[in-house]
Design a protein. Sequence first.
Length: 209
Amino acid sequence: MKIPQTKEELLVHLKSQIGFLTNSAQSYDKGFEAEAMRLAVAIRILVHDTSESESLITQLNMKNILFYDTASDFSPNERLTHIGLAALKLGGTGGAEYSALLDDLPPYKLNKKVPFSDWWNKIVIVDKEYNQFTRKSLVLNVANKDGGAHIDPSIDKEYAALSRFNSMDWKVVVGGVESPFKNRPELACMRQMTHEVLKTFKDEFPEYF
């Protein structure tokens, strides 16, 4: 026999997950890139439904809330690579990294909110082979297969190309020397996604911030 959790208990879980996101985001910002894997797990717990489990926002009857969408839009007519949740940042020594801009955005992006399904399924990365990644696919790859809550012995080749083999095909050359990017694009996107989620829940539960 199972005993359902009360709304009060679910709200305690929500407060905890918000705390996990906040603390892991701060750790990521201090340079611990792998913390993005924990971010993916917390986001999955909060919003991802399956045939066997319900997300926390579904259990709280909150699936109808609007989510902040800071990602630039992808045009199907373009054949260029696209990363909608991160920017390229050049370092003073010639290196480069993917950077989550947080609220350092044009004014029209700061307050844009969309239904959850639009947010979750929006294309946010397109690589040189035209492989497309949504917020959902990024979270589930990182959380379920690549170190968040589980490590698969093998991963999808498209995700491997993105996370390991620079399928974005972006390079920095200084003085004839090619410098690799210092971090992984999908993890920088996870940080920006976390920023969107925290802003969204701050609107709904300001007392938890």
